[in-house]
Design a protein around this ligand. Structure first.
Ligand SMILES: [Zn+2]
Ligand SMILES: [Zn+2]
Length: 364
């Protein structure tokens, strides 16, 4: 029975098989992605820990102290400015009062009158307050300029310290980079340690299932795992290196397909051959050399594979009823022969006898 082509099933069934094959490939792809991501989640080197180990703690401490001092100084300057503002408001106020009282006094003097003792006291008070405020304002100004100078010195110190720190951090950064590279290779190695056995198993499965009815599964698994391995390699190997791997893989695939196509011409596969024979019998041409099969009433008709469709049904019917063994006169291929079982005439190059159904091996 192995010579009979396998049942391909109705189209909807075939469609479902392909759809589920694609689903299987997607699910496998995700599953492998989850595994790979979980491996990749291992913590890398810790920069702050490294800093604690490798950097002079005195440097860090003085940096922190300096930052604290700068912050305090800025705060102090701000506070003084705030006080100055309040003072200015109060000065403005006392100045206004004083001016009003002086204006009052001038008017009184024009009328030869003097200010009352309370008014004189108020004028003296506001004058005193105004002068005292002025003095305070001045001293605040001095304090602010002192602090500003101090701040400039602190900031210069800070810049100096930053330079020193950057210098001290250079070997630290190098060490961190080295640890990071090592971590990256370690993770890549772990991923490949999982992926390569997986790839091998998939390849073995692929080779075993490829030509069976379960080929869809083989293709789904193979595609998912190969693409995932490719992505991991792309992530970890330098782009230049990966370029060669990629082009190498593409070359292999193209060569494989070419060999397959050329091999099919040289040593045709059964399915392919059967298709070719079937088409030849359909158009009444020799399966080996495409010369028209001229039997019975069609002996003097001319046609070829393309014009066979235009043969009249009359001509076709008469050729079907003509039932004798036939050999192609052009290439000497046996085209119709006597069936070994039922003795009727049957196509020699198709698997089954149309009369009794006996199956014989295809002569490839
Ligand atoms: Zn022929
Ligand atoms: Zn037969």
């Amino acid at each position: 029975m192995s010579e009979i082509p396998q049942h391909t099933g109705p189209w909807f069934h075939r469609f479902l098989i392909r759809l589920f094959g694609v689903l299987l490939a997607l699910l496998c792809f995700w599953l492998v992605e989850f595994i790979v991501n979980d491996i990749g989640r291992q913590p890398g080197p810790n920069y702050s820990l490294l800093e604690e180990q490798m950097l002079d703690p005195a440097l860090i401490q003085s940096k922190e102290e300096l930052a604290e001092q700068i912050k305090d100084t800025k705060q102090a300057i701000n506070n003084l400015r705030m006080r100055q503002k309040l003072l200015r408001d109060s000065t403005d106020n006392s100045q206004r009062t004083m001016n009003q009282l002086l204006e009052f006094q001038r008017l009184r003097l024009e009328k030869n009158q003097a200010l009352s003792p309370e008014e004189q006291a108020a004028l003296a008070d506001s004058q005193r307050l105004f002068l005292a405020n002025q003095k305070d304002y001045q001293s605040l100004n001095e304090r602010i300029s002192e602090l500003t100078e101090q701040l400039a010195t602190l900031e210069a110190d800070q810049r100096e310290l930053e330079k020193e720190l950057a210098e001290a951090r250079r070997p630290l950064q190098e060490e961190y980079n080295r640890l990071w590279r090592r971590h990256k290779w370690y993770v890549a190695g772990m991923k490949l340690a999982v992926l390569i056995p997986l790839l091998s198993v998939t390849m073995i499965l692929f080779l075993k299932l490829r030509s069976s009815v379960y080929a869809v599964i083989a293709y789904a698994l193979g595609t998912a795992v190969v693409i995932r391995v490719g992505l991991v390699m792309h992530e970890y190997f330098p782009a230049d290196f990966f370029k060669y791997i990629l082009i190498g893989a593409c070359l292999l695939v193209v060569l494989r397909v070419l060999f397959y196509l050329i091999g099919m011409l040289a040593k045709p596969q059964r399915e392919w051959l059967l298709k070719q024979y079937r088409e030849a019998y359909e158009t009444f041409t020799c399966p080996a050399c495409t010369f028209p099969i001229r039997r019975g009433p069609m002996k003097f008709v001319y046609w070829n594979r393309r014009s066979a469709k235009r043969l009249t049904s009359n001509q076709l019917a008469s050729s079907e009823t003509y039932d004798e063994p036939y050999t192609c006169p052009a290439c000497a291929t046996r085209v119709y022969e006597k069936c070994e079982k039922c003795d009727s005439t049957r196509p020699s190059m198709l698997p089954a006898c149309p009369n009794c159904g006996v199956v014989k091996p295809l002569n490839c």
